[in-house]
Ligand binder design. Structure first.
Ligand code: MLT
Length: 411
C-alpha cells in the first residue's frame, strides 16, 4: 500500500481561509436573501489599474504574432521586470539589491511555502503569534513543527513569539535559538508595524545567532507612517541574514493574476550536514529552475507597467482608497466601544472581541446576525484567540455599510 506523508494527518483538516469560505457558503445557501459583506480573506475588490490592463492587451497581441510570441520564459522571471523592481523598489530607495537577486514567481504564498525545500527538517522555526497560517502549516507538512496540541492549536517544535496588546504587538526576541524566523511587517493579521530600531534588533539577533529571517513584506505599500522600514534590506547587515518576499496581490490587485517575487541576496549561506558552506541563492535558483517554469509573460508585462509613472500613480490611488476604508472602520468601531488595532500602516484591523466571546463565537455572531465575514483570530495561532481580523479591501460602499452595521450592533 502506498505510504503517504504522515505530517498531513497532523495538520488541521482544512486551511483557515478554505474553512471560512465553506462556512460562508453554507450560510449563504441557507440564507439566500442575506447580503453578505466579505471582510475575511484579504482579497481585493478594485479592478486592475488602466496601466496594467493596457499592458495586458499589448502582451496578448505579442502572443498572437509569431514575431513576438513568447513560449517558456526564464524561470527566474523576465529581465524587464527584474530590472524594474530592482530600480523602483530598491535602488531608488537607496537599497542595494541587484536584478539577479530577484526571483519572480506566481505569488508570495507559493514562495513562502516552497522556500522550506531548502532547509533541513531539523531546523527550529520561530513565528510571531498570531501569524499568517501558511508559515506554520507548511513547516508542519515538512515535519519541522513537531506534534500539535489540539487544545491550544500550537506545535511543540515551533517557537512562538506572542504579539499581544500587552507588548504593543512587538514580540520579544526568542529565549530559545531558532534557525529560521518568520517576520511579516506590516503585520498580517494584527496590522501593526516595526520601527527601524525594532527591526534592526531582529537583524542583529539573526546575525549573532546565525539564524535566517524570512521577511514577508507583502503589505509594505500600505505604510503611511514616515520612517517605518518598507524592506528589511534598509537595515544594515540584513543582506547576510534575510530573504524578503513581496507580492503584487495587495499592491496592484493581482490576487487573480498571481505574481510575486522573492529576494535572495548572494551573501546568504547555509551548511550541509558535512559542514560544507553552500549558497542559498544557488539553492533557490536550482529549486526554481527544477520545479517552476516561470510566471506568465503577459502577467509579467502587466506588472512591468506598474513601475511606469502612470502605473505608480494609479497604484497609489488604489492604496489610498483601501486605506480610507481602513480609517473609516477604525473610527466607527472605536466609537462603538470596540478595541481596535492596526489599520494605519496596513489594510488589516485587529479587533478585540467584546464580552469575552471567543473568536469563532464572534465570527458566528457577525455572520449570522450582521452578515459580515471576518477572520477569527484563533485561526492565526494561540495568541489570536479573543480577536477577529477585518480587511479594508471591500468596496467603499460595502465598507461603509459594514461599519454602520458593526457600530450599531448589540452583541
Ligand atoms: C489573508 O487574508 O491573510 C491573505 O489574503 C491570504 C493570502 O494572501 O494568501
Amino acid at each position: 500500500m502506498l505510504r503517504v506523508n504522515d505530517n498531513f494527518s497532523l495538520i488541521p483538516q482544512s486551511y483557515l481561509f478554505s474553512e471560512i469560505a465553506k462556512r460562508v457558503s453554507d450560510f449563504q445557501r441557507a440564507n439566500p436573501e442575506a447580503r453578505i459583506i466579505r471582510m475575511g480573506i484579504g482579497d481585493v475588490s478594485r479592478p486592475l489599474c488602466p496601466a496594467a490592463v493596457e499592458a495586458l492587451h499589448r502582451a496578448a497581441d505579442h502572443q498572437a504574432d509569431p514575431a513576438t510570441f513568447h513560449g517558456y520564459g526564464p524561470e527566474q522571471g523576465y529581465e524587464f521586470l527584474r530590472n524594474a523592481i530592482a530600480r523602483s523598489d530598491y535602488h531608488d530607495r537607496g537599497i542595494d539589491i541587484t536584478p539577479d537577486e530577484i526571483f519572480i514567481s506566481d505569488g508570495a504564498k507559493s514562495d513562502l511555502g516552497n522556500i522550506g525545500d531548502l532547509f533541513s527538517t531539523d531546523c527550529r522555526v520561530a513565528v510571531t503569534d498570531p501569524v499568517y497560517p501558511v508559515y506554520v502549516d507548511t513547516n508542519a507538512m515538512a515535519g519541522r513543527a513537531g506534534r500539535p496540541d489540539s487544545a491550544s492549536g500550537s506545535w511543540d517544535r515551533i517557537i512562538y513569539l506572542p504579539s499581544t496588546a500587552e507588548n504593543d504587538f512587538v514580540p520579544a526576541l526568542p529565549l530559545q535559538r531558532p534557525d529560521i524566523i518568520y517576520l511579516c511587517y506590516p503585520n498580517n493579521p494584527t496590522g501593526t508595524v516595526l520601527t527601524r530600531p525594532q527591526l534592526a534588533q531582529w537583524v542583529e539577533y539573526a546575525l549573532a545567532n546565525s539564524a535566517l529571517i524570512l521577511f514577508d513584506s507583502a503589505y509594505e505599500s500600505y505604510i503611511t507612517t514616515p520612517g517605518i522600514p518598507h524592506s528589511i534590506y534598509e537595515i544594515e547587515g540584513a543582506r547576510r541574514c534575510a530573504i524578503e518576499f513581496r507580492s503584487f496581490s495587495k499592491t496592484a490587485g493581482f490576487t487573480g493574476m498571481r505574481l510575486g517575487y522573492t529576494v535572495v541576496p548572494r551573501e546568504l549561506t547555509g551548511l550541509t550536514s558535512d559542514g560544507t558552506q553552500v549558497s542559498i541563492h544557488q539553492m533557490w535558483l536550482r529549486r526554481q529552475t527544477t520545479k517552476f517554469n516561470g510566471a506568465s509573460y503577459v502577467v509579467q508585462r502587466a506588472a512591468e507597467a506598474l513601475f511606469t509613472p502612470e502605473g505608480k500613480r494609479q497604484v497609489a490611488e488604489t492604496i489610498r482608497y483601501y486605506m480610507a476604508n481602513a480609517s473609516l472602520l477604525r473610527q466607527k468601531l472605536t466609537e462603538a466601544g470596540l478595541k481596535v488595532y492596526g489599520g494605519i500602516d496596513a489594510p488589516y484591523l485587529w479587533v478585540k472581541t467584546p464580552d469575552g466571546y471567543s473568536s469563532w463565537e464572534f465570527f458566528d455572531i457577525l455572520l449570522s446576525k450582521y452578515h459580515i465575514v471576518v477572520t477569527p483570530g484563533a485561526g492565526f495561532g494561540p495568541a489570536g484567540e479573543g480577536y477577529v481580523r477585518l480587511t479594508a479591501f471591500s468596496s467603499a460602499e460595502a465598507t461603509a455599510a459594514a461599519a454602520s452595521r458593526l457600530a450599531e450592533a448589540k452583541y
